[in-house]
Design a protein around this ligand. Structure first.
Ligand code: 1GP
Length: 232
């Protein structure tokens, strides 16, 4: 069976620790044409706030995935299609490469059928995820291409996630990441704020991930990014 994300162009990432703009509902966001919703964030995750977002989105017809930042916030919920588990390939701390995962599998019964790992390459040194994981963000295009290749060829990662969270990335770097993957699906996330920025990244990434825009601007801006992802 082909993995669903091989058909996607656009993901909306909702951060349970952030509000929606006034007057915007989860239903409005789900109706923008995004291919999937990923629920997760780096800071302030709790089972309660994750569950509130899952419940609010569950009645709408968009596949829902949880991306737990750490093992203690994995939510069991039948409304979820699956779990995306990050492993940060350029983390300075091994905790975020395999140690958090080791703790998780021994304290919890993992739903393997619905679990997929994402090979993160973290690029914005100012982002919470970079600070937390002590990521080495000082990477050139050749480094990124090589990490993407390692993720796919040596570690069998189905998803490589180039993460610029909070800032728009460099198209040359996204292109380099796309050269590094052959079979894996390349996700790009960070700083997408309008049609053009979405189109620029979607030229090279298989799937673009849009986060803050939904929390800061709302539905119309998000819909533009969906259109760009589908046009690219
Ligand atoms: C964050 O990649 C996502 O994990 C999206 O980034 O919030 O900057 O859109 P933004």
């Amino acid at each position: 069976m082909t993995a669903p994300w091989t058909d996607w162009n656009h993901i909306l990432k909702l951060d349970p620790d952030k509000e929606l703009p006034d007057g915007v509902t989860f239903g409005d966001l789900c109706a923008t044409g995004t291919d999937a919703i990923e629920i997760g964030g780096t800071m302030g995750m709790t089972e309660e706030n994750m569950t509130a977002v899952i419940d609010a989105c569950a009645e709408h017809d968009v596949p829902l995935y949880q991306e737990p930042a750490n093992p203690s916030v994995v939510v069991r919920n039948d409304a979820l299609e699956g779990y995306f588990i990050p492993t940060v390939f350029n983390a300075g701390s091994p905790f975020w490469i395999t140690e958090a995962h080791k703790e998780w599998v021994r304290i919890d019964t993992v739903d393997w059928e619905r679990t997929t790992t994402e090979a993160y390459i973290v690029m914005n040194p100012e982002a919470d995820v970079a600070t937390l994981t002590e990521a080495d963000c000082d990477l050139g295009a050749d480094d990124v291409e090589a990490y993407a290749k390692v993720a796919e060829r040596m570690f069998g990662q189905e998803i490589v996630y180039l993460e610029y969270s909070g800032m728009l990335g460099d198209e040359e770097i996204v292109e380099a990441a796309s050269r590094g993957v052959d079979e894996s699906t390349l996700f790009y996330g960070g700083g997408i704020h309008d049609y053009d920025s979405a189109y620029g990244m979607a030229q090279y990434a298989d799937v673009i991930v849009v986060g803050d825009l939904a929390h800061d601007e709302g539905v119309d801006a998000l819909r533009e990014t969906v259109e760009a992802a589908n046009d690219a």
